[in-house]
Design a protein around this ligand. Structure first.
Ligand code: AMP
Ligand code: TRP
Length: 503
């Protein structure tokens, strides 16, 4: 399966320069004490070194650089992801996954990825048990269908299979500021409250449950448990990543140090995809979302060619002649151009693409967009259907392996956390492997893991000699790989060709 969408039938080639399509938002809180409007510094094509984030004015304690890039991200089990999820997050997961197996990255220096179906988060929305079970399975299978799987570098797991998430959440909640949480927007949007709603409002407190309010604390626990340095997410999640950073710093200074003298938590950075907000096909001023009651408002990554065409044909546009890009006046057409740009990974600006297609009919544009989406998602549907067949064991095997790997990593972090708080066990049963042992899962030279790969030999930290470079190099490698994915072109369907373009 392809990680990026290159096209087989190329009638037009943009001679466009490649641009770094992956940017890491270094979220730099102005006021370290819970500012909700951070100054964000964009670092194109490179990663921030944890502990030395760009724009930081004070020297922040940080864990040593010899540690590798660790990626963590999560998706709620609301069933099969849509095109917005795919372009805004999942495609980047797959690129990171592919990149981490690159032969130029050696052994322990290879980045690690943890991708989770965050089913505990989803408990903040109601769903009958049987539905939830099905949605969880579909969500995980969809991740497998896009080409992710448990390998030496990648762990794919259900959040609820690792009990440490809730344990760490409790611990973090003892230092989380309710003032900060009350200013965050997700609980308000979930409850259809205005952005300036606060806990003084009876309407808010009547509806608000503790789990929804403290959702960002659980998200911070997810990220910090795996020592993530990079968190690929869509733009809507930036606020949560900033909160996780604040909690990590807060905890580090709260406990001073872990028993080995280093910080307990690594400070994560958000990594944004170029496809920040794919809009609804029916209400193009709103984000494409799983919660929209109209299924025609979104393309699922498992939709058939026919469904994709039908949904794009029915997408809301306007009756103006020709094609142009204008987010204010023509949100529907502009969204289609954005989608075209992202599925084809064209490095041109939407404006340039629109100019290039200005003489096309709306019908022609829609046809072209649908063709390119189908091309981009090709293979996913077939993989998904195969994985969902009752006799297919792959899903169950992957779930078990992922749970085991994630558990091991999380357990080690929890031991550090517990010890930093003086919660060391007085018993002997909680003896756990060291971090590097956990990271070294997988038989040597074998990208795949199986359940027997978890018990590995002793660690040799002194072999990590070129530490500082390792993290940066790994991030750069990862970023370069992703950057290169934006150099595509689009395919023009028969009959829909733009007369103004040279063939
Ligand atoms: P969720 O479905 O809310 O669990 O989102 C999973 C990931 O997809 C998150 O990183 C979101 O930021 C991203 N995402 C969700 N909807 C969109 C969208 N319409 N456009 C771009 N990214 C999105
Ligand atoms: N809150 C995220 C969403 O709604 C999902 C999520 C949970 C997540 N935990 C995470 C994303 C940790 C990144 C990292 O999409």
């Amino acid at each position: 399966m392809r990680a990026s969408c290159t096209l087989s039938l190329i009638l037009d080639l943009f001679d466009a320069p490649r641009h770094p399509s992956w940017s890491v938002e270094i979220v730099n809180a102005k006021d370290d004490n819970n500012s909700l409007r951070p100054d964000q510094q964009r670092v194109e094509g490179t990663g921030g070194k944890d502990g030395q984030q760009a724009g930081q004015t004070t020297a922040e304690p940080f864990r040593p650089f010899h540690e590798k890039t660790i990626v963590f991200s999560g998706i709620q089990p609301t069933g099969v992801p849509h095109l917005g999820n795919y372009l805004g997050a999942l495609r980047q997961w797959k690129l990171l996954h592919d990149n981490s197996a690159h032969p130029s990255l050696k052994g322990k220096k290879k980045p690690m990825q943890y991708f989770s179906v965050v089913d505990l988060h989803a408990l903040t929305s109601e769903a009958p048990g049987p539905d939830r079970l099905r949605l969880r399975k579909e969500s995980y299978a969809a991740l497998l269908a896009i080409g992710l799987k448990n390998t030496r570098q990648t762990t794919l797991f259900f959040q609820s299979d690792v009990r440490y998430h809730t344990e760490l959440m409790w611990i973090l909640s003892t230092i989380a500021s309710t003032g900060y949480l009350s200013r965050m927007t997700q609980w308000k949007s979930k409850l259809n409250l205005p952005d300036d709603a606060n806990l003084d409002s009876d309407e808010a407190t009547a509806k608000l449950k503790l789990g929804l309010f403290s959702y960002p604390v659980l998200q911070a626990a997810d990220i910090l448990l795996y020592e993530a340095s990079l968190v690929p997410v869509g733009e809507d999640q930036l606020q949560h990543i900033e909160f996780a950073r604040t909690l990590a710093r807060g905890f580090n200074s709260h406990v001073k140090n872990s028993p080995d003298g280093s910080n307990v938590f690594r400070i994560p950075s958000a990594a944004l995809s170029p496809a920040k907000r794919i809009m609804s096909l029916k209400r193009p001023t709103q984000k494409m979302s799983k919660s929209d009651s109209d299924p025609k408002s979104r393309i699922l990554i498992t939709d058939s060619y026919e469904d994709i065409h039908a949904k794009i044909r029915a997408a809301v546009t306007d009756s103006e002649p020709g094609i142009s890009y204008d987010l204010e006046k023509r949100p529907g057409v502009s969204n289609l151009i954005e989608i075209l740009r992202h599925v084809t990974t064209i490095a041109e600006t939407p404006d340039t693409i629109a100019k290039d297609l200005q003489y096309m009919t709306m019908r022609g544009l829609k046809e072209m967009v649908a063709d390119n989406i189908a091309e981009c998602l090709s293979g996913i549907r077939e993989n998904f259907l195969e994985l969902m067949e009752p006799g297919n064991r792959t899903f169950y095997d992957e779930v078990s392996i992922g749970a085991g790997k994630a558990e091991q990593k999380a357990r080690v972090t929890m031991r550090r956390v517990r010890e930093s708080l003086g919660l060391n066990t007085f018993g002997t049963r909680l003896d756990t492997p060291k971090i590097d042992e956990v990271e070294d899962v997988g038989a040597d030279g074998d990208a795949n893991v199986n359940a027997n790969d978890f018990n590995v030999g002793p660690i040799h930290p002194e072999s990590d000699t070129d530490g500082p470079q390792t993290t940066e190099k790994a991030i750069l490698e990862a970023l370069q790989g992703i950057g290169q994915s934006y150099g595509g072109s689009y395919r023009v369907s028969a009959g829909g060709k733009d007369p103004s373009r040279k063939s």
